[in-house]
Design a protein around this ligand. Structure first.
Ligand code: 3H9
Length: 709
């Protein structure tokens, strides 16, 4: 036996222990090791039963996604997969009991279901999360799970990837028993009892009582599909998962498995799988900061203060109290403070209405807020987050005030979305403790947190904020200091290009619809209306002197501001809005004004194909992203992708803008950007890194590998 899978016997029971830390993924050698254990147990006359268990913190968390990603990219062949192992387990004449702790996911649950019986720790969780990486269960899970739970429950689990806690797994029939006692001992005892019984081991593949279909099932599946079409727009895997599961009721087990294999292969080859697997590893890569000492431990953050109780400050305070961290909320006057608290209460009331929280939970959370008008009250906070108006001088003033009262070990964070962290830090006596914590609106909901390191930010401050992001259940991405950091710096050329397209003849709705159909949560112009065109105008005022005069700028910025077309908040912007509605309607009058402005500026009008809309907007993102990478503002291209998915609604199944460019081929991207430079002007000059990678026939992902060869 290998080190990956250990074999021992105890009181006539063979114990096969999987030992592939950290999560016992089914990497090369693990399925082979389990199979060798099953064969050994079959041959060993002293063995009457088998227990399969995971060593360390969990049972098997699934197939090795690194291997799957290589298969998806066509770099390794799929081979026989797990099926020979599953057949061998089920065919064994001695009972095989699977002992589950931690998580049994994907291929892990599929192996567990091929075992004759399953016992779980009360805290364990099981699931088929494959759709989250763009595939479906590929080791007979879509055929065994419905035999345990019935079609409707199995379809829901395989199509959503939801993890099921052990008590629910027991109810659904996925596990046979729960234990609070020692899992291995209980499983050995259970295995011995099964071995002593006259009944042959139970084969999941032979169970068929739960496979009936009726009108209620049809209705449930219709409901499920509708929900997915809404929540998982553009995805194929969830529908294929439902198709595979429902085939269990129509086909014998072995044919159902063939059907599953066919659908699995189609998923594995899809761009959706490549995109989502990239996101899986991207989410985990963000925590790896190459230049920080690996043994540096974060400072515990047990209390916080938020300065500014506006929309952002209120949302940030909610993020802290949702994580159980008490917050002092500071404002300059009672009216602003009351208004901020009202908005927080209003937001929670909406969550109670939606059933997300109970009244008691909300009351407990609200009790964690201490409202104040006095700086003295923030003195004990471990972190102070500034969330005042976006103006450098104001922020520097506020930081001086915070610096005067905050305790020496406190972190001072700014929620600025664009400004220079270095200049903010230099207003204090402790620039090493100053950092950007750029939350995204609404801050209590959006997962992204851009953590911005200034020129003097200390490693200790960075490590603490990275750990804090996790505590706040945010996706914290460390970025460098420049105007707009990563997210907003890239968003600027993207939204500019959307506006240029409208100036050249596309309608507002055409631009937005094209990008919505690509998979974005909202079109760019609708986003501008949501964020507020007054905000965009103000930011433009701060920087306009630094923009070279020859650089093309959107035509409508001043008009939108002056005409109070500020977006949703004033009922009109790029769209017009009916009262209390967030969905805008096209505004023919405004479109006529745009045409007039374009004519005055001498911009020829033409029909614009959707492909041009996609290329110009998305490649504007990519080209700026490449500059950000070459300047070291983002550590890796996958960090940019994660920022765009979690902060801006870029479709996850496309893997993020940089992965999308890799998928198109950087050669093609480079040529198209060069073409835009010729046709539209020097602002489209290709980034040096894009040019280099394209000429070397490499990808952004190859570039990331320099950190982890
Ligand atoms: C599948 O099974 C297909 C089948 O149908 C069969 C087809 C033939 N593979 O998340 P963490 C790494 S598809 C490779 O930070 P946690 C992860 O990258 C699979 N690596 O820990 C990280 O590495 P690093 C279905 C994996 O405690 C480290 O382990 N299964 C895998 O927060 C720690 O991970 C899934 O989709 C993997 N399967 O959460 C489950 N899993 O330290 C995916 C983890 O270098 N995994 N790693 O950054 C998870 O959901 C979480 O990892 C889990 C633990 C909940 C298990």
């Amino acid at each position: 036996m290998s080190e990956l899978v250990r074999y021992q016997t105890q009181q006539g029971v063979a114990i096969i222990g999987v030992n592939n830390p950290p999560v016992n993924a089914l990497g090369p050698g693990v399925p082979e090791g389990i199979l060798a254990g099953i064969e050994k147990a079959r041959e060993d006359e002293g063995v009457r039963a088998v227990v399969l268990i995971g060593e360390g913190r969990t049972f098997i968390a699934g197939a090795d996604i690194k291997q799957l990603a290589l298969m998806a990219a066509g770099k390794v062949s799929r081979g026989a997969g797990l099926r020979p192992l599953l057949s061998a387990i089920e065919a064994l004449s001695k009972p095989v009991v699977c002992a589950i702790h931690g998580t049994a996911l994907g291929g892990g649950l599929e192996i567990a279901m091929a075992c004759h019986y399953r016992i779980a720790n009360a805290g364990a969780r099981v699931g088929q999360p494959e759709v989250k990486i763009g595939i479906i269960p590929g080791a007979e899970g879509t055929q065994r799970l419905p035999r345990l739970t019935g079609i409707a429950a199995a379809a829901e689990l395989c199509a959503t990837g939801r993890m099921v806690p052990a008590p629910e797994a027991l109810k659904l029939g996925i596990v046979d028993a729960l234990t609070q006692e020692d899992l291995l001992e209980t499983s050995i005892q259970f295995a011995q009892e099964r071995a002593a019984s006259a009944e042959p081991p139970r084969k999941t593949s032979a169970l068929d009582e739960k496979l009936g279909t009726d009108q209620a099932l049809t209705d449930a599946l219709d409901q499920l599909k509708k929900g997915i079409a809404r929540k998982a727009r553009g995805l194929k895997a969830p529908f294929r998962a439902i198709e595979a599961v429902t085939s269990a009721a129509q086909l014998p087990f072995s044919e159902g498995c063939e059907k599953e294999a066919e659908l699995f292969d189609a998923c594995l080859r899809s761009p959706e799988a490549q995109g989502l697997m990239h996101v899986f590893f991207g989410e985990r890569a963000i925590t790896k900061i190459p230049d920080l000492p690996p043994d540096l431990k974060p400072t515990p953050v047990q209390s916080a203060a938020v300065v500014g109780a506006g929309t952002m400050g209120g949302g940030i305070a909610m993020s802290y109290i949702n994580a159980g961290i008490p917050v002092v909320l500071k404002e300059v006057d009672q009216a602003s403070l009351d208004k901020g608290l009202d908005i927080i209460r209003h937001n929670y009331a909406a969550s109670v209405k939606r059933g997300k929280f109970t009244e008691e939970q909300v009351e407990k959370r609200l009790a964690l807020i201490t409202p104040t008008l006095s700086y003295e009250d923030i003195a004990r906070a471990d972190i102070v987050v500034e969330a005042v108006f976006e103006n450098l001088e104001l922020k520097r003033k506020v930081f001086r005030e915070i610096d005067a009262v905050a305790k020496p070990t406190a972190i001072l964070a700014s929620n600025t979305s664009t400004l220079d962290i270095g200049q903010i830090a230099d207003a204090t006596q402790r620039p090493q403790s100053v950092i950007g914590n750029h939350f995204f609106s609404p801050a209590n909901i959006m997962k992204l947190l851009e953590i911005v390191r200034g020129p003097k930010t200390s490693p200790q401050t960075i490590v603490t904020c990275m750990a804090l992001a996790k505590t706040l259940r945010k996706v914290g991405v460390l970025v460098g200091n420049c105007f707009g950091f990563v997210g907003n710096r890239m968003f600027n050329p993207y939204t500019n290009e959307s506006q240029f397209l409208v100036e050249e003849g596309a309608s507002v709705a055409q631009v937005d619809q094209t990008l919505y159909e690509f998979g974005w949560a909202m079109g760019p112009l609708a986003v501008l209306d949501l964020a507020g065109n007054d905000v965009g105008w103000r930011i433009h005022q701060e920087v306009k002197d630094q923009i070279p005069p020859e650089k093309r700028q959107p035509l409508m910025t001043d008009y939108l501001y002056e005409e109070k077309r500020w977006g949703q908040k004033t009922g009109k912007g790029w769209y017009q809005y009916e009262p209390k509605r967030r969905q805008g309607n096209p505004d023919p009058e405004f479109e006529a004004v745009i045409r007039q402005h374009a004519q005055d500026a001498g911009i020829p009008q033409r029909d614009i194909p959707s492909q041009e809309i996609l290329d110009r907007t998305l490649l504007a993102l990519v080209n700026e992203g490449a500059k950000i990478l070459e300047e070291g503002i983002a550590i890796r291209s996958s960090d940019i992708d994660i920022i765009y998915i979690y902060g801006y609604g870029f479709p996850a199944h496309r893997g993020g803008p940089m992965h999308y460019a890799d998928h198109l081929g950087l050669n093609r991207v480079y040529e198209r950007v060069q073409q835009f430079e010729t046709e539209l002007g020097p602002y489209w000059k290709p980034a040096r890194l894009l040019k280099e990678l394209a000429q070397q026939n490499r990808t952004f992902q190859d570039h990331d590998r320099r950190l982890n060869p």
